[in-house]
Ligand binder design. Structure first.
Ligand SMILES: Cc1cc2nc3c(=O)[nH]c(=O)nc-3n(C[C@H](O)[C@H](O)[C@H](O)COP(=O)(O)OP(=O)(O)OC[C@H]3O[C@@H](n4cnc5c(N)ncnc54)[C@H](O)[C@@H]3O)c2cc1C
Length: 421
């Protein structure tokens, strides 16, 4: 059996290793377009801060790891997938070649979106996505450098942490009305903004970058609020899109990402997909969603690999888990944190001490939660949402005092254990 895996990020690597464990004699080819050994994008902020060297970002530290597992690494860009021939075409050092497969996994991840703004192609504007980006940013952010970060979403806030650790003048521009808008409630997003500002970072929300022009060695940035900024470097963190362009004409069903079922199968037999590139079923809503976080990539890759190697494994749905450290303030959100029509919620707000807890209910089931500066509740909130346990009388108690969430979790856990015995 010949397994071909396109993409050597966390999803590709976990899948290759899982297949090897289950099928010692199968052929496994792991293809990646970038020149470095398989690495973790998650580790890039630590590289920028200087906590690790580039080699510290590598997913497997032993140079011979893949050789020992008889997993063939191939540096090539995949150009197309030809399911009717069970082949892919690759660009290998400028030569187009075909490669046959029995089972194919697509784990090509995603790429930053460059917003259509005048001047976005000027030198000095970087994404923070690849090791190459990290090298550029490191080189262009000396002490005193004026840096503008566009976007304050999940990735934006992670990068912000790394940038703020340098002695630079940092301004953040976010077009929504709060920070981390797709992960945090209005109140929590505003509290994060206040926290970041208290650490010396200038933040503009509800503001767009409208135009960038070169001014000497610097960049002149016009904002929608009428202000003009002069900066040396711009980091763009304005969202991502799934890497699916090369699948045009393949017949594999894609919309924003590749549609997969609970077995991580695509619409074409023997072709699977995992990680950021997929549009899979949300655990909470049953609707399609892209859940671009590393734990999701690893979970989906394991499921795909088991099924590719003759086993049966299925997903109960992709669960929204967001945990973020923004300059030392830990925030988290889970499941349907923004609630549903007709649902109820409980909220605790302590703006002065940067503490916040918000629970969302559907009937007596906890369906979503957000927290800020209160890490001790994270496990209980996640547990209650994922088990969809009926809270009974605990719902009213939590509406009155959401900090009782751990007590509710423990009591409900004990009840369930006693039902089983
Ligand atoms: C700065 C930063 C910080 C992050 N921090 C966190 C965090 O704290 N927590 C978290 O959960 N997630 C974090 N993420 C997101 C996380 O890195 C991704 O969810 C994860 O990398 C997804 O893994 P993947 O294997 O699906 O895709 P990727 O890691 O993107 O890997 C895909 C691979 O496929 C290759 N590829 C693409 N197209 C082709 C092609 N045509 N041919 C050959 N190869 C191809 C790419 O070059 C890449 O190597 C962070 C991301 C960034 C950029």
């Amino acid at each position: 059996m010949k397994h071909v895996i396109i993409g050597n990020g966390p999803a590709g690597v976990v899948a290759a290793e899982t297949i090897r464990k289950r099928s010692p004699h199968d052929q496994i080819i792991l293809i990646g377009a970038e020149s470095e050994p398989p690495y973790s994008r998650m580790a890039i902020p630590y590289l920028l801060i200087g906590n690790i060297q580039e080699s510290g970002t590598y997913l497997r530290k032993d140079q011979d790891h893949f050789k020992k597992l008889n997993i063939e690494l191939l540096q090539a860009k995949v150009i197309s997938v030809l399911p009717e021939l069970k082949k892919i075409t690759i660009d290998l050092h400028g030569q187009t070649q075909e490669l046959a497969y029995d089972k194919l996994l697509i784990a090509t991840g995603s790429t930053p979106i460059r917003p259509p703004i005048q001047g976005m192609d000027l030198p000095g504007i970087y994404s923070c996505w690849t090791l190459e980006d990290a090298r550029n940013i490191h080189e262009k952010t000396d002490s005193g450098t004026r840096v503008l970060q566009m976007g304050a979403g999940f990735i934006g806030c992670i990068i912000l942490e790394a940038l703020a650790s340098k002695d630079i003048q940092l301004t953040v521009v976010e077009m929504e009305n709060r920070m981390v808008p797709r992960m945090m409630t209005q109140t929590a997003g505003q509290m994060i903004k206040k926290w970041v500002e208290s650490k010396g970072v200038k933040v503009f929300t509800q503001t767009k970058v409208e135009k960038i022009v070169k001014e000497g060695d610097a960049l002149k940035v016009s904002l929608s609020n009428g202000e003009t900024l002069i900066v040396d470097t711009i980091i763009s963190a304005t969202g991502i899109k799934a890497n699916i362009e090369f699948l045009k004409g393949s017949g594999i069903h894609c919309e924003k990402g590749i549609f997969v079922n609970e077995y991580m199968q695509t619409s074409i037999p023997d072709i699977y997909a995992a990680g950021d590139v997929t549009e899979s079923i949300d655990f909470s809503t049953g609707q399609r969603m892209i859940n671009a976080i590393q734990p999701n990539a690893a979970d989906q890759a394991t499921i795909a690999a088991v099924n590719m190697s003759g086993g049966v494994s299925n997903s109960t749905g992709s669960f929204q888990v967001n945990v973020l450290d923004t300059l030392g303030l830990i925030s988290s959100s889970f499941g349907l944190w923004a609630g549903i029509d007709g649902g109820e919620h409980a909220e605790l707000v302590d703006e002065l001490n940067y503490k916040y807890l918000h629970l969302e209910f559907s009937d007596d089931i906890l369906i979503g939660a957000t927290s800020l500066g209160m890490t001790d509740h994270i496990g209980a909130m996640r547990g209650l949402i994922q088990t969809k346990v009926k809270l009974g009388h605990w719902k009213d108690k939590l509406l009155g005092d959401p900090t009782k969430v751990m007590q509710a979790y423990l009591e409900k856990g004990q009840e369930q254990a006693s039902w089983k015995t």
